[in-house]
Design a protein around this ligand. Structure first.
Ligand code: SF4
Length: 453
């Protein structure tokens, strides 16, 4: 049963929380900043990691290509139809992994591998096989590792899905966004239910252990009734997981979004109603609401992990594996190693230029100090476990008190044990967490380390 929407929230707070960016999700397009973190500092961080061979590692590889640009897109990607461009990218990716593993040690075991984009399955079959060869030449994928890939259903074929399974991927994620024809036309991404259903069923028959579908709310022309129809069609497919993301309209940062008419976008209150519709649909159908915006079957490992307080979140997403060290490769990829957040150059050419010179393509990075680390751990804990122990107040008094203030709006409950997010407060958990994020200046709603453009 879906919790009710918070009823006593001032519009100003709703607007603010409804549009909150969030550093903890490590959205590549939102995080830009401190360029004082150099190639040399990144080398230091990687060299330190060599001293800790027992540390669990995760690897993220970003594939920065798509066949067309969707108008709502917030990812770092390039539209290309050039095989040579992709081959050159794979050459550079190999170089980047070789440079990193020269420092941390070749063949380190990884417990999580995620290939995202862009559109990873825009690569042709030999290129996909080469991508995995590159990973396996530099790392050892643990037998029980979580191996996942993002795919565009419009680019998926039975042969390609078989290949991906044969390469070792066991989790697959397809972008659906919305199945309403008006919404799809407005966002420049038309894909029929029958095509999505065919691809989904083929992935099931291929043997993938977990199939995730991505939805987006807050898109032009979305209405609760129309979105409910999409949700029902999605439920008919019975996915293992559904991620329901909030659309963030920011055409000044992403000029292609100018093609979306802002007059057709839902208001903050309407967006909240759309998300409420999703919570309603999935929880009524027996899915568990995990973290901010993910719904999983009761039998999913994330559901148990949340119940037992074992749920983690790293730079890749929610996980049951406590792999805190995320090595990230490819343009715009964001990693977290040895207490440092590091993002690669987003621009494909700049990324190549650095690697041609055998430099790490670091655009920015930041070594968290103790206070920032405690704050970040608290935010992640809140996001995963929907509570903060009272002991946090000792180190993070200001943040703790700010969260306590939200009790007046019914978003949290405060007791001697700590703070617990209320069922109503879950709808605004993103905003609550973002408010505590050390990298966000709420006055200007800008990332603190934003570079002059
Ligand atoms: S497929 Fe994904 S990454 Fe590519 S343009 Fe569309 S939304 Fe962006």
């Amino acid at each position: 049963m879906a919790p009710p929407l918070p009823s006593s929230l001032p519009l100003e707070l709703l607007e603010r929380y409804g549009h909150s960016p969030l550093g903890c999700t490590l959205s590549a397009s939102d995080l830009v900043g401190d360029n004082a973190f150099s190639d040399a500092q990144y080398r230091e961080v990687l060299t330190d990691l060599r001293q800790r061979p027992e540390e669990q590692l995760a690897v993220y590889a970003h594939v920065p290509f798509c066949h067309v640009r969707c108008l709502y897109c917030a990812c770092d990607t390039t539209v290309t139809h050039s095989l040579e461009k992709v081959d050159r990218y794979l050459d550079a990716l190999e170089c980047e992994m070789a440079m990193a593993t020269d420092l941390i040690g070749r063949g380190r075991k990884i417990s999580q591998l995620h290939v995202g984009g862009g559109t990873p399955n825009h690569l042709n079959e030999p290129q996909l096989a080469r991508l995995m060869e590159i990973v396996e030449r530099h790392f050892t994928i643990a037998p029980n590792a979580c191996t996942s890939i993002e795919c565009n259903p419009r680019r998926s074929s039975a042969g390609q899905l078989e290949l991906l399974y044969g390469l070792g991927f066991r989790r697959i994620s397809f972008g659906v966004q919305d199945l309403n024809a008006d919404v799809q036309r407005a966002i420049g991404r038309v894909q029929s239910l029958s095509m999505v259903r065919d691809v989904f069923q083929t992935a099931r028959e291929t043997g993938f252990q977990s199939i995730n579908l991505d939805l987006v709310y807050g898109l032009p022309f979305q209405t609760p009734a129309g979105f409910r129809s999409t949700l029902d069609q999605i439920l008919d497919l019975s996915p293992d997981r559904v991620a329901c993301f909030s659309y963030s309209h920011n055409p000044s940062a992403r000029p292609h979004q100018h093609a979306i008419n802002a007059d057709h976008l839902p208001s903050s209150a309407e967006k909240l109603a759309l998300f409420h519709e999703a919570v309603h649909a999935f929880t009524d159908a027996g899915y568990r609401w995990v973290g901010l915006d993910v719904f999983v079957r009761e039998t999913d490992e994330l559901a148990d992990a949340q119940t037992e307080g074992r749920l983690h979140r790293n730079a890749i997403g929610y996980t049951t594996m406590p792999a805190k060290q995320v090595l990230a490769f490819g343009p715009s990829a964001i990693g977290e190693i040895g207490g440092a957040l590091v993002q690669n150059e987003s621009d494909l050419k700049s990324w190549h230029n650095h690697l041609d010179l055998r430099q790490f393509p670091v655009a920015w990075g930041h070594r968290l100090n103790d206070a920032e680390r405690r704050r970040r751990e608290a935010v992640l804990y809140l996001m995963c476990n929907l509570q903060l122990p009272a002991s946090t107040a000792v180190d993070l008094k200001q943040d703790y008190d700010r969260l306590c203030d939200k009790a007046g709006y019914g978003l949290v409950e405060v007791s001697s044990d700590g703070i617990r997010v209320t069922p109503e407060g879950r709808y605004l958990l993103r905003g609550l967490c973002a408010e505590q994020d050390a990298f966000l200046d709420w006055g200007s709603c800008q990332w603190r380390f934003r570079l002059p453009t």
